[in-house]
Design a protein around this ligand. Sequence first.
Ligand code: DX5
Ligand code: ZN
Length: 217
Amino acid sequence: SVKCKIGPSVLNADLSDLSEASTKLLDSGADYLHLDVMDGHFVPNLTFGHPVVKCLRNKIPKAFFETHMMVSKPEQWIEPMADAKVDQYTFHIEPVSDVPSICRQVKEAGMKVGLALKPGTGVEVVAKYIDMADMVLIMTVEPGFGGQKFMTNMMDKVRWLRENYPSLDIEVDGGVGPSTIDACAQAGANMIVSGTAVTGATDPSQVIKTLRNSVEK
Ligand code: DX5
Ligand code: ZN
């Protein structure tokens, strides 16, 4: 069976002091940090890249960093993110022509491989790459912004993955919070990204506990 891990997204946190916002999340019980990298091409929004991640790593040397690469050319950022000591490189397969090649490059750079699917991408697309990946991310919103509405119908993809790959790490991301976590847990997700529900909470540690209790039930 797979371990439950909670990885808040810092996207809607106070990015003017990312290390303080990140440290707060880790002190509130987060297992890892989900860092949303957007290039303004793959998604109609722009956030931060490897220079910021590298500085964050200098301040937070130990935590598990997952970069969620919402970018058109994920191959372009493998080396810079590996240099920033990123632990998990999760990229969208939609803009990529040679997924196995990118998986190989990410592994050679010393990072774990995450394959991300937009809501419109069928889960069968990822089946042929599963043995090259450490994790599959099922987006439960259209990538690009925090604070959007959870797409319940995406749970069919999570269920299909869990039934066919019992020991696969399956991550959900987008609109996940106390009111939507039960659907994710029942479908079989074990890596939980939550942004606004955590960073907007008066007590983030209580929200993280609620998310964990639902998945570990
Ligand atoms: C959206 C990002 C998500 C988002 C999650 O493109 O990939 O990680 O920040 O934030 P919430 O939980 O607010 O939807
Ligand atoms: Zn994300």
